[in-house]
Design a binder for this molecule. Structure first.
Ligand code: BGC
Length: 798
């Protein structure tokens, strides 16, 4: 609650500042923001000039060593802290915020040393800045790309990289320097409210997707901030929760994706998380931020806190958390006091200052990049439309899709009219529009039955207004995911007429969630209204010999087992960004065959997931803020015990041999594929697998192939199988084949042995399983590996 109040007041403060500067602009000859921007750049240039004349070393011209040496102790301490507090003397506080309003933070500028303030702005579904600026007629909308979970569902690293490249172009052209994305915490539990920003229950999918994203964004010469490092797997009490996790589960599950991203993509920065790990705030854990991240993985960039994260600025600096965002004067005092009493040395501070200098020096701002404020939004709309369709997962299809010889379509479900582009909180993107399913279908030339439209739109608007009124505060309302509207179910006569007049029915069920809130178990299930709508529409349309398609416009896992056989097809569209309705229509009509596959398991029952025993599940449909909930108590609020260890997602369902509704890796296509006999070779350095995939169906399509490994008998408890690599074919024409080569380091066959504190590969014969999903293994091969051991620091202990 404390954090929430703090963040709320920070917003009020920031907007106050924004208004103050706008007032200044309006009352000086500087009449618009672009002039203001030029004035700031001019004054920065003059400052550089002044610095040169005074002989002070200038960042970018003099060496980092020289600039660091020239800094006073006060300047150093200011420099490692962001500029949110209005009282940091000497800073052009707010000036850069005025250049990129709506950005999340800025760094501390020091004019005499030519150190500009650089801009940090959110993602991960696109750049989050304010779309409108006072006194300025231009607009600054950004593209809302698909949510993270949809991107990982593509199983296509090249595609993710190209989406990242488009996002990075917007970051660059709107004047931001570091993009606060990607987010890759593990989907430990289906109800984590931020799962939509994250990628997978599996660390290889999470890490490979994040690495591709980082490579794409950073091609533009801007940075990324890979977040939230680490173990941020619930929103409930996220700033105080202590995650109690075994070193093995940390290393194999929760850290692995970050390790892959650091090693394969070299992100400029990493954002530490809010929570504690085994009793220590991650932002204050030297084990995590220095020993593991830098000493073991070789990370060379900067670590910043999550916003207001941790409780001791001096401990953060000592741990190697180089920059504190958005910055408070309390942190300044804490660092100064620690320097004075000797618990923090200036040498320790210098390590962080140096990294901050290195970050600023490589930024577009420091290089004087003249950004256009005109990214190619048109091109990016095409990128989001095309990429979104590749992450949609076809769950069921009883001969109805793709829609052929269909002209008249009836749409049901409020969400069909009000499509959800993405989740809420810092992951929201201020886009210019969202294409609804209704509009997407109309754009494709369908005759859509609009007899319900007016009533549905009014109903949605009324419920939204009532909800916002219940919060009693607009700024507060901006944080809350609007609850799903209750469904309007047409009566039997209306449905009969609809079934007579239309060729097919499409029902959309929507779910929204976001930062600050975990989902409730009520959100996991279809509610009574949704069930009633599904049954009533299906009964009427089936009676008329017509089919029914369900579209799921959701950000996370929902219950499907009890109703999945009712409609004729189910398309899991996720939250597909601003072009959502067009992307869904492209799949429904077969412009492209679906090729998305699930990056997580859809369980039969919520309680089947091992982590359900230790997750703050709330049964009511109330929206709770991230503070304590009385009905949950301390368990999983103050302390969450990750009792399930490494048995997250399919690793658990496989171990227990539990039935699932849809397994990890599952997804249908309009065509089918045949897998050839694979070849696997281990040369001691890397494992190389090749397999040929042939399209044996009637239409073109892509196939994602998953390579799992099953280890020989070991002294350690081993999962039945674990994903080690995956690849996707290009679009294969009917009859066409492609050979995929999947490779990973032999050292990745290891498990983490806590007793030895080492990664251990057991000697023996490994089985390599080639799957169309985790429960659809098409063929296997074996290869031997020799014993190997890589020691790791004995840290992060329980
Ligand atoms: C979120 C981060 C975000 C930051 C800046 C925090 O509340 O957890 O993901 O980057 O705010 O907006």
């Amino acid at each position: 609650m404390y954090f929430y109040v703090q963040k709320f007041f920070c917003i009020v403060q920031v907007s106050f500042f924004h208004h103050f500067l706008t007032y200044l602009c309006k009352n000086t000859p500087i009449t618009n923001i672009n002039h203001m921007k030029k004035a700031i750049l001019l004054s920065a240039a003059l400052a550089v000039l002044a610095g040169c004349q005074s002989g002070d070393p200038q960042l970018g011209k003099a060496s980092i060593d020289k600039v660091l040496k020239a800094m006073t102790l006060e300047e150093k301490v200011h420099f490692v802290i962001g500029t949110a507090d209005g009282n940091l003397s000497g800073a052009v506080v707010g000036a850069t915020k005025q250049i990129v309003p709506g950005a999340a933070g800025t760094t501390y500028p020091i004019e005499r040393l030519g150190i500009p303030s650089i801009v940090l702005a959110d993602g991960p579904a696109g750049l989050r800045i304010d779309p409108i600026r006072e006194g300025d007629e231009n607009t600054y909308y950004c593209t809302h790309f698909p949510i993270g979970t949809l991107l990982s569902s593509t199983w296509n690293q090249e595609l993710v990289e190209s989406v990242g490249e488009s996002m990075g172009q917007e970051v660059h052209e709107y004047g931001a320097d570091v993009y606060l994305a990607p987010a890759l915490n593990i989907h430990r539990h289906p109800l984590n409210g931020r799962n939509f920003e994250y990628y997978s229950e599996d660390p290889v999918v999470a890490g490979k997707t994040a690495a591709a994203y980082v490579r794409g964004v950073q091609k533009n010469g801007v940075g990324t901030s890979v977040k939230h490092f680490a173990y941020n797997n619930q929103e409930t009490n996220r700033t105080g929760n202590n995650a109690v996790i075994s070193p093995r589960a940390q290393r194999e599950i929760y850290l692995k994706g970050f390790e892959i991203t650091v090693k394969e993509a070299d992100p400029w920065t990493i954002m530490s998380s809010y929570n504690k790990i085994n009793g220590t705030y991650t932002s204050q854990s030297k084990d995590l931020l220095t020993t593991v991240l830098r000493d073991e993985w070789g990370f060379k960039g900067l670590v910043m806190t999550d916003w207001f994260g941790g409780d001791n600025g001096a401990a953060q600096i000592a741990a190697g958390n180089d920059m504190l965002q958005p910055g408070t004067s309390t942190q300044y005092d804490q660092i100064m006091a620690a320097l004075q009493d000797g618990s923090l040395t200036e040498a320790e501070l210098d390590v962080c200052v140096r990294r901050c200098l290195e970050l600023v020096a490589r930024s577009p701002k420091a290089k004087g990049y003249a950004y256009s404020n005109k990214p190619d939004l048109k091109a990016h709309a095409a990128v989001t439309r095309q990429s979104a369709r590749e992450g949609m997962v076809l769950l069921e299809n009883k001969g109805v899709l793709p829609l052929k010889s269909i002209k008249n379509v009836a749409v049901f479900g409020c969400t069909s009219y009000d499509f959800i582009a993405g989740g809420t909180g810092s992951g929201n993107v201020n886009r210019a529009y969202t294409v609804s399913l209704l509009d997407g279908l109309k754009n494709a030339g369908f005759q859509v039955d609009e007899s319900q439209k007016e009533a549905v739109l009014k109903h949605i608007a009324d419920e939204k207004a009532a909800f916002q009124a219940s919060l009693g505060n607009d700024q507060l309302a901006a944080f809350f995911p609007t609850p799903r509207p209750s469904e309007l179910v047409p009566n039997a006569l209306e449905l009969k007429a609809s079934a007579r007049n239309n060729d097919v029915a499409i029902i959309t069920f929507g779910r929204n969630s976001g930062e600050f809130f975990d989902r409730s178990s009520a959100d996991f299930h279809l509610n009574a209204g949704e069930k009633k709508l599904l049954n009533a529409v299906t009964t009427a349309f089936h009676a008329a010999g017509k089919k029914v398609v369900v579209v799921l416009n959701v950000g996370g896992v929902i219950e499907t087992a009890s109703w999945k056989n009712v409609p004729d097809a189910i398309l899991l569209a996720w939250q597909a960004g601003q072009e959502g309705g067009n992307s869904v229509t492209d799949i429904l009509t077969g412009v492209e065959s679906p090729s998305g596959k699930l990056p997580m398991t859809f369980p039969v029952n919520l309680m089947d997931a091992a982590s359900s025993r230790n997750f703050p599940i709330d049964a009511s449909n109330e929206v709770y803020f991230m503070n304590r909930r009385e009905d949950v108590g301390e368990k999983n609020v103050d302390v969450t015990n990750y009792e399930e260890g490494i048995y997250v997602g399919y690793r658990w369902f496989d171990k227990k041999n539990l039935p699932v509704s849809y397994p990890f890796g599952y997804g249908l296509s309009y065509t089918s594929f045949e897998y050839s006999t694979p070849v696997v070779n281990n040369d001691g350095e890397s494992v190389t697998a090749t397999i040929t995939v042939k399209n044996v169906g009637d239409v073109a399509g892509k196939e994602a192939v998953q390579l799992y490994v099953s280890a020989p008998e070991s002294t350690l408890d081993k999962p039945v199988k674990e994903l080690k690599a995956y690849g996707k074919t290009k679009e294969l024409a009917p009859g066409e084949a492609q050979t995929l080569t999947l490779r990973f380091p032999t050292s990745e066959l290891a498990s983490f042995d806590e007793e030895a504190s080492a990664w251990k590969v057991d000697a023996g014969t490994y089985t390599f399983l080639f799957g169309a999903s985790s429960r659809d293994i098409r063929c296997t091969a074996t290869a031997d590996a020799a014993a190997a051991e890589t020691p790791a620091h004995r840290v992060l202990l329980k």
